[in-house]
Design a protein around this ligand. Structure first.
Ligand code: ZN
Length: 172
């Protein structure tokens, strides 16, 4: 059964490490991916990378609510086009948001939980989530690449928005 994992917060050095490539597609890997999925949904996130639960491996789970659920093992962005600005949040950086420029369309190469390779073309908000999560595998946080801090449309504190529930689903 999948277990809830603790989210590692900004300041922990594991979030700054280059995550290790996965080579063994074992039942232990499947359990880890199941835990990541369970934890992402529990935290109401749209994506989660393994370093965020303290595991330095190249694993990402995503469910941006529009494109559905996907698991990525050893993901790599192999093409990127266009540029879009949007606001991002992160489960590992609670209470903060920021504007980040991301490619509008990307092509991602990855493996599934059995090691089978596949490629995906994604765009818009889904492409943003993919780029945010893949950054986690390289020890990068959105706060490193944001163009400015985001304080909400009316200047309110992000914490207050979180309490009302809006914005929380965008964290990843
Ligand atoms: Zn994040």
């Amino acid at each position: 059964m999948a277990q809830l994992r603790t989210i590692i917060l900004d300041g922990d050095p594991i979030l700054r490490e280059q995550a290790i490539e996965v080579r063994r597609f074992s039942s232990a890997l499947h359990k880890l991916l199941d835990d990541m999925k369970f934890t992402m949904y529990h935290e109401n996130g749209v994506g989660l990378a393994a370093p965020q639960i303290g595991v330095s491996k190249q694993l990402v789970v995503i469910d941006d609510r529009e494109g559905g659920f996907v698991e990525l093992v050893n993901p790599q962005i192999i093409e990127a086009k266009g540029c879009e600005e949007g606001v991002e949040f992160c489960l590992s950086v609670p209470g903060r948001g920021g504007r980040v420029l991301r490619a509008a369309q990307i092509k991602v190469k990855a493996q599934d939980r059995f090691g089978k390779p596949f490629t995906l073309n994604v765009s818009g908000q889904r492409a943003r989530v993919f780029q945010h999560e893949i950054d986690h595998l390289q020890g990068k946080l959105f706060t490193d690449v944001m163009t400015e801090e985001f304080f909400g449309e009316s200047g309110e504190e992000p914490e207050d928005r979180g309490k009302r529930g809006t914005g929380a689903k965008e964290r990843d």
